[in-house]
Ligand binder design. Structure first.
Ligand code: GDG
Length: 476
């Protein structure tokens, strides 16, 4: 296979762009949309010859590859049927719930799997066409589990990394997957496999032994394939955020003023509780609302002086479990406000919208207590954003032990969101925590997030892939 010209290639389901209309010739016009991953990759892309292979986000034809902000963007097309079968089906109706400990029931459909195989092959072919001889290719996430092996088949010269952004489940759950062997063998095409938590890496190593009869030793898997004997390493590389950029945003006078205005608009309550999530059943929004409702019902929290702001940004609305969740959450919010509100006052401010980053930063600054109650979450960047935004050194984070962030942010008030009494006690403790304790905990968390930012995450992963020794990771 002839090689391409790029020394560093990222392969992800989504390109970091949004389609904004069409060109005069009818082809789609794109605008870059900076997310965490692209921020982390930008310096690496600029330093090397970097390309990004991904789907632009709308079904149908795609435009030509193009350059934006120093990155060569290579659109991969998906048909309407593939969006339904590969993306909404196999990725978000099978793998997402399965990898999140079957919080919702995964569905297994052979035509979804067939589509997943075909699309993964297309992504692998596109990456193979871009990568220069001996290039590094970094494949991202659960939509592309088969890409590493399909890439290696054509391009054994490449250094291939894979990072799984979501949890990897225990084998008792993973083994439900009818295509478990193919999935494990697909990932094992990589040289290095990264996970959010150590427990995810351990679960993956067990799946290698059980589903693919591979031999593992410590964190490495022995693989015998057409390219000979290789060792694949699996380890935790907890992802992070661009902490400095988030702090800078939250320090800007506009954001600080907006935070004050938000508190005023909420009626100057004593305590502002905040939840920020994609509207997803893994995030524990229902558990959070039940806990809050009980605290109001039994009078532990004062109805007049406590509010919960819940941002639930729209997500995967064409998948049934998500529209069911939306109905249930909105019913619960309506009941809660109906039972406990007064004329001119609602205890829950529910916002089913996407906000600009500035508004998110202002909300973080305005919140006394941040509630992250995920039932299962790879990392949870919201927890880290809250900490990075709190340049005032104040604020309390209530954090589920089932979010990857709990391994690092040990000074949060940790909860088991299934334990309603325990969660109630944690929220009350957070709301009443003395200022010196709040500041001590926040200081430690801020140090962690600022030192272990997303740039360090990318360097750590890519350095390890290149064979450099790893630095000690500190608390995890
Ligand atoms: C997956 C894994 C892992 C949300 N609403 C708005 C908005 N957001 C931003 C947040 C945050 C991001 O979206 C959500 O990141 P999370 O990490 O919390 O969750 P997932 O989307 O599930 O991400 C997760 C992550 O991948 C990275 O590896 O941590 O475990 O599930 O950045 O701020 N941003 C804006 N408006 C919104 O309304 N601007």
């Amino acid at each position: 296979m002839p090689s391409g010209q790029y020394d560093f290639v990222v392969v992800a389901n989504r390109l970091p762009v949004d389609q904004v209309g069409t060109e005069p010739d009818g082809s789609p016009r794109y605008e870059t949309s900076p997310g965490g991953l692209v921020t982390a990759m930008a310096p690496i892309m600029a330093a090397h010859d970097g390309a990004w292979v991904g789907w632009p986000g709308a079904p149908g034809e795609v435009g030509e590859a193009f350059d934006a902000d120093g990155i060569h963007l290579v659109p991969v097309p998906l048909s309407t049927t593939e969006v339904a079968d590969y993306y909404e089906g196999m990725s978000n109706g099978t793998l997402w719930p399965l990898f999140h400990d079957v919080i919702a029931a995964p569905e297994y459909h052979r035509h979804w799997w067939d589509s997943y195989v075909a699309v993964n092959q297309r992504f692998a072919d596109a990456a193979a066409a871009q990568a220069a001889e001996g290039a590094t290719v970094w494949v991202q996430d659960y939509q592309l589990l088969l890409v590493p092996a399909r890439l290696r088949e054509q391009r054994p010269d490449l250094k291939i990394g894979f990072f799984n952004h979501i949890p990897f489940p225990g084998y008792e759950i993973f083994s439900q997957l009818p295509w478990r062997r193919q999935v494990v063998e697909g990932v094992l095409g990589a040289d290095l496999v990264g996970f959010q938590r150590r427990s995810d890496a351990t679960n993956f190593l067990r799946a290698c032994r059980r589903a693919a009869e591979a031999v593992t030793k410590g964190g490495t898997v022995q693989v015998d394939d057409a390219t000979g004997r290789r060792e694949v390493r699996a380890a935790a590389f907890p992802i992070s955020i661009d902490a400095q950029a988030f702090e800078d945003l939250a320090t800007s006078p506009e954001v600080v003023a907006r935070a004050e205005q938000i508190r005023k608009e909420l009626g100057e309550p004593d305590t502002v509780l905040l939840g920020v999530d994609r509207l997803d059943y893994t995030k524990g929004i229902r558990h959070r609302l039940s806990t809050f409702a009980e605290l109001l019902e039994d009078g532990t929290l004062d109805k007049e002086s406590t509010v919960l702001v819940q941002v639930a940004s729209p997500s995967r609305e064409r998948v049934q479990a998500y529209s069911d969740l939306r109905d249930e959450v909105e019913l619960t919010v309506g009941r809660l406000n109906g039972d406990h509100g007064t004329v001119g006052f609602s205890p829950v401010h529910y916002l089913h919208q996407s906000f600009p980053r500035e508004e998110m930063a202002a909300l973080y600054l305005a919140a006394d207590v941040m509630l992250v109650t995920a039932l299962r979450d790879g990392m949870n960047l919201v927890a880290k954003e809250y900490v990075a935004a709190r340049h005032d050194g104040d604020g309390v984070l209530v954090l589920s032990e089932f979010a990857g962030a709990a391994d690092e942010l040990t000074q949060a008030v940790l909860i088991n969101p299934h334990d309603i009494d325990g969660s109630k006690a944690a929220i009350v403790r957070a709301a009443r925590m003395p200022a010196d304790e709040r500041r001590r905990r926040m200081r430690a968390m801020r140090r962690r997030v600022k030192e272990h930012d997303v740039e360090r995450w990318a360097q750590d992963f890519l350095g390890t892939l290149a064979g450099e020794p790893r630095e000690p990771q500190g608390q995890q």
